[in-house]
Design a protein around this ligand. Structure first.
Ligand code: ATP
Length: 302
C-alpha cells in the first residue's frame, strides 16, 4: 500500500563531519508523517541540530537519503521554515524591515498577521535594530519569519531555549494555533521535556547516532508500563530499566503479552519519565510505531 509523502523520510542516513571522525548519524531510517508536531530529543551532541540542518538542505548527508515533503531537501526549501540554533538575521535591519524582507522573499505566501503576532506580542518595538535585541527577542523574530512564510514544515532548533516562561507559553500557543490551522508539520528539538509533553503528538529520540524511539506520543507511551511489586523477575516483559524501591522492585518495561495485575502495580509513565529512562539506558532496543517505520527490521508496536 502506498503512503502519502512524509514530512521527513530517512533511509540509511549517514552524516560524518570530516573524514576521520565517527559518524554523527549512522544508518538512520525513520518516517515522520505529515501534519505532526514532533519533539526531537536526545543528549547533547546526539545530532539533533545536524538532522535539522540536513532536512533544511544546509548540510548534505555522507550517505543514505533524506526526503523532505516528498522531495530532496534543496527542492523543498521554499516550503520549509528553518530556525537554526544561531538565529541568523541581518543585524543592521530593524524588526519591521526584517519582516518586510521576509514578505518580499516570500511573495504570494507571506502571512503578515501571523508574523506580527509572533514578533510583537510582547511589546517589541518594530523600529528596534536586530543587533540590539536580546537572545529571546531574536528567537521571537526568527520564529516570526518562519511563521510568516506559511511553511508546510517548520524545523525549529531549540526554539524555546532562550525565552522566558511567559514568552515560551505565548509563542508555543501561537505556533500550535498556526500549525493546527494550516496543518503544518513541525519538528522541534528541545531539552525541556515538560514543554514538549503538552505540545507534541510525535516523538523522535536520537542517541548513539541512531533513532531510539519514533512514533505517536500516545502509542510510544502505551507501549510501555511501569511495574512495581515484590519480585525482581519481570519476565516475559522487555525491561528498559529496573531497580529496587522501598516497596520492592520497579521497572519500566515494554509489555510482551498481558501484565499480571495481581502481582504488579501497573502505571503509565509520563513522556518525561519515558524519555529520561531511555536517555539513562542507551542500550534499550529501538522502538518504532508503524507510522514511523521505514525499514522492515525496525521493532514496530501494533
Ligand atoms: N560543523 C561541524 N564540524 C564538526 N563537527 C560538528 C559540526 N557540527 C556539529 N558537530 C559535531 O556533531 C555532533 C552532533 O552535534 P549536534 O549539534 O548536531 O548535536 P545536538 O544533538 O544538536 O547537540 P545539543 O543538544 O548540544 O545542541 C557533535 O559531536 C558535534 O561536535
Amino acid at each position: 500500500m502506498s503512503r502519502e509523502p512524509a514530512a521527513l523520510e530517512a533511509r540509511g542516513l549517514v552524516m560524518r563531519y570530516g573524514r576521520r571522525r565517527d559518524p554523527v548519524l549512522r544508518d538512520c531510517s525513520f518516517r515522520l508523517p505529515a501534519g505532526r508536531i514532533c519533539a526531537l530529543v536526545g543528549p547533547n551532541g546526539a545530532g539533533k541540530s545536524t538532522l535539522l540542518a540536513l532536512a533544511a538542505g544546509i548540510l548534505r548527508p555522507t550517505g543514505g537519503t533524506l526526503r523532505v515533503l516528498g522531495a530532496g531537501p534543496a527542492e523543498s526549501r521554499p516550503r520549509i521554515g528553518y530556525v537554526a540554533q544561531t538565529r541568523p538575521l541581518h543585524p543592521q535591519l530593524t524588526v519591521a524591515e526584517t519582516l518586510r524582507l521576509g514578505a518580499e522573499l516570500n511573495r504570494g505566501r507571506w502571512d503578515q498577521e501571523a508574523a506580527e503576532r509572533a514578533a510583537y506580542a510582547a511589546g517589541l518595538d518594530p523600529k528596534t535594530r536586530i543587533r540590539t535585541l536580546s537572545g529571546g527577542q531574536r528567537t521571537r523574530v526568527a520564529l516570526a519569519l518562519a511563521l510568516g512564510k506559511r511553511s508546510e514544515l517548520l524545523l525549529l532548533d531549540e526554539p524555546m531555549a532562550d525565552l522566558d516562561p511567559v514568552a515560551r507559553h505565548q509563542l508555543m500557543g501561537t505556533l500550535l494555533a498556526v500549525a493546527v490551522e494550516h496543518g503544518t508539520s513541525v519538528v522541534m528539538s528541545s531539552h525541556v521535556l515538560t514543554e514538549l509533553e503538552g505540545a507534541c503528538d510525535y516523538v523522535l529520540l536520537l542517541g548513539g547516532g541512531q533513532i531510539r524511539l519514533a512514533g505517536e506520543s500516545e502509542e510510544v507511551l502505551t507501549a510501555h508500563a511501569r511495574l512495581t511489586g515484590t519480585s525482581s523477575d519481570f519476565t516475559p516483559h522487555a525491561v528498559v530499566e529496573s531497580g529496587a524501591t522501598g516497596r520492592g522492585h520497579t521497572a519500566l518495561v515494554r509489555p510482551r503479552g498481558p501484565v499480571d495485575t495481581a502481582s504488579w502495580l501497573v502505571e503509565q509513565p509520563s513522556m518525561e519519565e519515558l524519555i529520561l529512562t531511555h536517555l539513562r539506558n542507551p542500550g534499550a532496543p529501538a522502538l518504532f510505531t508503524r507510522s514511523a517505520s521505514s525499514a522492515p527490521s525496525q521493532e514496530a508496536v501494533a
